[in-house]
Design a binder for this molecule. Sequence first.
Ligand SMILES: [Zn+2]
Length: 74
Amino acid sequence: MQTISCDVCRKKLDNPMGGRSFFHLGEHNICEPCRDELDLSIRPQIRGQDPYTVDWYDNLVNNTLVKAIQKGKI
Ligand SMILES: [Zn+2]
């Protein structure tokens, strides 16, 4: 049985299904609840961003994740 743990909340996931019960973001693995939290926390920043680019978005996700991993929550 394959087990991975979420990089943010450290919750263990058995038999993870990529894209469904956990997500790869860059070099990080995060669980679905943490991904939802991440979406919520970056949404207001996305709205205010002009110009909006994929690079900018990737950086935002990555920076938000790195901070979240340090804190242990989004
Ligand atoms: Zn998590």
